[in-house]
Design a protein around this ligand. Structure first.
Ligand code: COA
Length: 199
């Protein structure tokens, strides 16, 4: 698997169509949709992640949308909004925010607003991200981590076919001040290919 020497020159799709959702990079004007998605149940999202608390106003979220639009172009983050099929509602987000282009290896992350959960939408969105990473960008590895108590994220990793590679005990202090365990999950291009060949 060759290194990606010039990630900014990668041709990336502007929209990815699934059966239950559409993925596309954020753009100017997405702030209200992002604010509404995050604030549908802020306490729930903030339990696992620090960033939702930064969406206190539509302006905060618009700032985020524009920052992500810029980072998509510079490849400093590849974050996709997960939209309903009619693209009117933002259901969540997923994508890549940590890169080692020499491997190439990408770190994945995700969330769904509460009302969109339990229908397989995250499974579809994350599968589409893996298709983008492995089949389109030709990366060697996609990995991610979650709190060891975040059962829904751990199940999502496992449903897609990621291997649990580590249980890191007492490895970090979370945004609420508690020292936590993390699970690390990884998928290699060869795992993805053999999974696809088996279906
Ligand atoms: C992590 C998160 C995205 C997972 O959401 P989710 O709704 O469990 O995942 P999916 O959308 O793939 O839905 C899967 C569920 O729908 C069910 N389902 C229904 N139709 C389905 C389908 N076609 N395909 C797959 N699953 C389907 C599954 O059985 C599963 O339910 P179960 O866990 O009770 O068995 C969500 O819980 C979340 O946003 N959490 C807060 C943010 C967070 O923790 N982010 C990660 C930080 S590391």
């Amino acid at each position: 698997m060759p290194a990606i020497l010039q990630p900014r020159l990668l041709q990336l799709p502007t929209k990815i169509l699934g059966k239950q959702c559409v993925l596309r990079p954020y753009r100017s004007g997405d702030g209200r949709a992002k604010f509404e998605a995050v604030n549908e149940d802020l306490a729930d999202l903030s339990y696992w992640m620090a960033w939702p608390e930064r969406h206190r106003s539509v302006e905060d979220s618009e700032n985020y949308a524009r920052e992500m639009a810029g980072k998509w172009i510079t490849r400093d983050a590849l974050i996709l909004g997960v939209f309903s099929l009619d693209e009117k509602t933002l259901l969540g987000g997923c994508g890549f925010h940590g890169f080692d282009w020499t491997v190439p290896s990408l770190e994945i992350g995700w969330y769904l607003r509460k009302s969109a959960r339990g229908q397989g939408i995250a499974t579809e969105a994350v599968s589409l991200c893996c298709t983008l990473a492995f089949d389109h960008m030709k990366v060697n590895r996609v990995w991610g981590s979650c709190d060891a108590l975040n059962t829904r994220s751990a199940k999502l990793f496992e449903r897609i076919g990621f291997a649990r590679e580590a249980h890191l005990r007492g490895e970090r202090r979370d945004h609420r001040g508690n020292v936590r365990d993390s699970f690390v999950y990884g998928m290699l291009a060869r795992d993805w290919a053999s999974q696809r060949d088996a279906t």
